[in-house]
Design a protein around this ligand. Structure first.
Ligand SMILES: [Zn+2]
Length: 236
């Protein structure tokens, strides 16, 4: 029997405790699924401390302030090659430091806002002590730099092109099945599931639960957590 393919869950844009975040964490507990919260360092509030104190919650660094610095007409991105390099370096390192002082369990894994980050800056991430980056899409399209692990998301519960509507659960299951088939022929790391708790329409929460139900019944996939995906040892 072949080994099951790993799947992990990343939720973006957390800054504070909120009803939507509580709802997501309830679902996490109900289905016993590990979650990684990508938290925005410059906007992170103390209220996150209490709500993230439970097993199987990993914290990732979601940009610095989640501000768009793209040139007019360009796609949104916080980090660009045109920005002052000293300022970029400062944001990358102080973002990690700030989040670690608030949430010591933070992993040195960078999640670029809007899933965009210039490959010309990957080296800077490695230099500022990040061990990995998580964005969107096939990892092969990202050039690894300085020993950084690249572990992306591949399934999004929201259909952004249809006005941020919830995808039907059958669609999510079909995406998973296609990714499983792909992984079997060319295994290149775990499958990533992406959510945005603050922007999920009502239907998306239900679809997520149904999706978790089908993963629980599958022999092909097994949940893993960011700490394992990025091979970060447990704290002593
Ligand atoms: Zn974001």
């Amino acid at each position: 029997m072949t080994r099951p393919i790993q799947i992990w869950w990343r939720d973006d844009d957390a800054t504070e405790a909120s009803p939507a975040l509580s709802r997501l964490l309830d679902i996490k507990r109900r289905w016993n699924v590990p979650i990684s919260l990508a938290v925005i360092p410059a906007r992170a509030q103390k209220s996150l401390v209490a709500v993230t104190q439970e097993p199987n919650v990993d914290i990732l660094v979601h940009g610095f302030a989640h501000i768009n610095h793209a040139a007019p007409g360009e796609r949104k991105t916080e980090f660009t090659l045109e920005r002052d390099l000293a300022e970029v370096r400062n944001e990358l390192s102080s973002g990690l430091a700030r989040l670690r002082s608030l949430l010591p369990q933070t992993l040195a894994v960078f999640v670029p806002p809007w899933n965009r980050f210039p490959s010309g800056l990957l080296d800077e991430l490695a230099k500022t002590n990040y061990c990995g980056i998580s964005a969107w899409g096939a990892e092969a399209e990202w050039k690894a730099a300085g020993g950084l692990s690249i572990r992306n998301m591949h399934i999004d519960v929201i259909d952004w092109r249809s006005g941020a509507a919830a995808k039907p659960v059958d669609g999510l299951k079909a995406e998973l099945a296609a990714l499983i088939a792909q992984s079997k022929s060319a295994l290149n790391g775990p499958i990533g599931l992406l959510t945005h708790h603050l922007q999920m329409p009502e239907h998306a929460f239900a679809a997520l639960e149904e999706f978790f139900h089908s993963v629980a019944q599958s022999q092909d996939v097994v949940w893993t957590r960011a700490r394992s995906v990025f091979q970060v040892p447990e704290p002593q």
